[in-house]
Each structure stands twice: as structure tokens, then as C-alpha cells.
Design a binder for this molecule. Structure first.
Ligand code: ATP
Length: 252
């Protein structure tokens, strides 16, 4: 199944209520290939989330071209699985009722939706918690529930905006390993936004570095580690070299 995204010379300017222009993205070129895991890192406010809103069609006006599976985004009609930065679970709905939302929105019956979701609960580490409410779960479990909800949107293309940003270091590290495992089993194309250089290198096939706003690509790193990966790679020279490259570019 095709699962590609291509941004060609994409620029985006917001027009503020007071008439001012906010140039947000400047001539961005990004490519996500079939089954690739690609990260985007860059300073706060440089337009990373805007890129996702453009790909999903939530943000309409821009210059340049965006292709989803080789079709222009305006004509594509493809639903992309998108997890926003603050993708909160609804506190009044049980975990199972939170995760089946995209299936229900697609018009699938409640019974079938629950059956589908239940099959994925073990893989997402949520077995036995289907009837819990979000505030009864740990931070990592809540993020896995939000990821399952995103996963059940069903697109082979996933856009994940800082899914682990609010987690403590140990939980975050566990979640990275878990995400790689799930990704390897399900092979989707993932675009992943993070502020964390280590996370970007560990997870990705390639990493794009954005400049300060208006964001443009200042570096592209190909991460040449075999898969499946384990945290041992963090101790290698090659890894340290990648980290140095990205740190230098970000502090540029
Ligand atoms: N709907 C909007 N209208 C006007 N300005 C906006 C809008 N959405 C975002 N912006 C502005 O565009 C810039 C980029 O925002 P965006 O959320 O894409 O950045 P980001 O790189 O994802 O930031 P962070 O890393 O802090 O999440 C910011 O200055 C933001 O205030």
C-alpha cells in the first residue's frame, strides 16, 4: 500500500487579526517514503505543527505543493492518522470509548468497533484497562491510548506531534522502544515531531532540522543504523557523530 507524503517548496504565512503577517514556513521540502520513519526537529514556534496541519488539510492556504500518495492534498481525500500535541483523551469516557472514536466516526457499529479495539489492546499495553477512565492510567498508558486511537483512524500514514513530550525520561525511553516495536509490526509511514535529538536519532530513518521561524530545512540527516534497534546504538561513535551534527545545526 502506498503511504507517501511530499512537500515541495511549501511556504505558509498567517494573517493576524491586526493585519500583520506572520511568515511561518519558508520553502519547505520534505519527503516521507513508504514505510519510512522520519522526524522533524526544530526550535519552538518554527512551524512544525503547521506542517502537519497543512498535510491533513486542516490549514488550507499555502504556496507550493503537497502530495499525499502522489495526489495533491486538495484533491486527495485521504484521511491521514494525526495525533496532535495536546491530543487529550476525553476524561468522561472510558478508555475503550475513547479509542473507538475514529471507528464510530467512520460509521462502524459500536459492537464491531469494540471488537476491533480490543484486539489491539494487548499490543498497546492496555489489556484489562478498557473500562478505566483516563485519570486512572499512568502518563505512558494515556499516551498509548491516544496512540491507539490515532492508529485506529486506519491510515498507512501517521503524523505524530511530540507524543512523548510530557513524559518523564524513563517512561519516555520505554515508550520509544515500544513505539519502534509496534511500528515494525505494523509498518506505517510515520512523520514524527520532537524536540529531543536522542529520540529523533533513535527512532528515525531520516531527520529534518528546521531553522527558527520562518522555518526552512537547514539539515537532513540519514540515520544509518540497522533495524530492529536497541539502545546500545546510543553508545556508538556513529551515534555521537549524528548527535553532534544535529546539536550544531540546532544551535546555529
Ligand atoms: N492559526 C494560527 N494563526 C496565526 N498564527 C498561528 C496559527 N497557528 C500557529 N501560528 C503561529 O505560527 C508559528 C508556528 O506555530 P507552530 O505551532 O507550527 O510551531 P511549532 O514549531 O509546532 O512550535 P512548538 O515546537 O512550540 O510546538 C507560531 O508563531 C504560532 O504562534
Amino acid at each position: 500500500m502506498k503511504s507517501r507524503v511530499l512537500l515541495k517548496n511549501v511556504s505558509k504565512t498567517y494573517f493576524m487579526d491586526n493585519g500583520e503577517k506572520l511568515e511561518t514556513l519558508n520553502n519547505i521540502n520534505i519527503e516521507l517514503g513508504d514505510n519510512e520513519f522520519v522526524s522533524i526537529i526544530g526550535p519552538s514556534g518554527c512551524g512544525k505543527s503547521t506542517i502537519f496541519r497543512l498535510i491533513t488539510g486542516l490549514e488550507g492556504s499555502f504556496s507550493g505543493d503537497i502530495f499525499i500518495n502522489d495526489v495533491e492534498v486538495e484533491k486527495s481525500g485521504e484521511t491521514v492518522s494525526y495525533m496532535q500535541q495536546k491530543d487529550l483523551l476525553m476524561p468522561w469516557r472510558k478508555i475503550i470509548d475513547n479509542v473507538i472514536l475514529p471507528l464510530e466516526l467512520r460509521g462502524e457499529g459500536r459492537k464491531d468497533s469494540i471488537k476491533t479495539a480490543m484486539e489491539h489492546l494487548p499490543e498497546f499495553g492496555l489489556e484489562g484497562f478498557e473500562n478505566s477512565y483516563p485519570d486512572q492510567l499512568s502518563g505512558g498508558m494515556r499516551q498509548r491510548a491516544a496512540l491507539l486511537r490515532t492508529f485506529l483512524i486506519g491510515s498507512p500514514i501517521m503524523l505524530l506531534d511530540e507524543p512523548f513530550g510530557a513524559l518523564d525520561a524513563i517512561t519516555r525511553s520505554d515508550m520509544q522502544e515500544w513505539l519502534l516495536k509496534v511500528w515494525q509490526q505494523n509498518r506505517k509511514s510515520v512523520l514524527f515531531i520532537t524536540h529531543d535529538i536522542d529520540e529523533a536519532i533513535y527512532l528515525s530513518d531520516r531527520v529534518y532540522v528546521l531553522s527558527n521561524r520562518p522555518g526552512h530545512i537547514i539539515h537532513e540527516l540519514k540515520v544509518d543504523f540497522d533495524r530492529p534497534r536497541d539502545k546500545e546504538i546510543l553508545l556508538t561513535e556513529k551515534y555521537l557523530d549524528y548527535k553532534k551534527q544535529l546539536t550544531e545545526k540546532l544551535n546555529h
